[in-house]
Unconditional design. Sequence first.
Length: 336
Amino acid sequence: MKFLDQAKIYLRSGNGGAGSAGFRREKFIEFGGPDGGDGGRGGDVVVECVDGLNTLIDYRYAQHFKAETGHHGQGSQRTGAKGKDVVLRLPRGTQIFEEDNETLLLDLTEIGQKVTLLKGGDGGYGNLHYKTSTNRAPRRADKGWPGEERWVWLRLKLIADIGLVGLPNAGKSTFLAATSNARPKIADYPFTTLNPGLGVVKLGNREFVMADIPGLIEGAHEGAGLGTRFLGHVERCRALLHLVDGTQDDVAAAYKTVRGELRAYGGNLARKKEIVALNKTDAMTEEDIEAKRAKLAKASRKTVHVISGVSGAGVQKLLGELMKLVESQTKSKEAA
């Protein structure tokens, strides 16, 4: 399925149905009188957060969504039926913005969350509504009220427990494929990953969700490379796994480049809990591994895990640390 994390769509709720100006005309009924029913209410535009979706591709080709107009009232005091609602099924993590793409209307963060975004118009009154002691035969019947309409932006920010960050070719896709059920594209050139990918990592009877964020380069917060578009997905991750390619010359500079982009982007990305790992050690000597591990530890001021996504060396121990981090973050959130 193609990944799409932003879409602009047009929404319109249904107009209310018109009221009826009917009169009773029955045999042996001397004074029939008015009996026109009210019009039905127009359909609403409803958004629902559902499980099993991680893309907005459904809104790439269908961009106009209109609820049904309420049914008209009829004689014999029959009220028109309500128009059918339009229900937009959206993945968890979707934000809905005004047409300016800046004013936030709604943030869908919980599965099952259901919100009426636009209400349908009220139905018009039939002439029965206007019958009084002094107005025995009103002929007034109202049209239905118009519905609401607006253009909105849908913006998806994937929600994951762990976000994989690092420079292009740091081995993020290989690590995700080796530890989860995800099957991302893997190749020996930069920017192999052009879209975020999700994978479920299982450790015994426990599991967590890990997201592969496309590679960041210096100047990404200003639009360089893939720009800031995918940095937004990091906002929803509880913690980060920062992979550094051990085969490059300056591992400290590589680490600082990514951290600098996270700080420049804002959104508290730089404050998230982080685990640092030196990757691709299967292609390094023991002396080289120790030297670069020490250099990376000094730059990050953190314990550096030595792993290889290809051979699997050190991976299980790292996953155990990630699981502990996810569980601690979950407990902190519940306590708050």
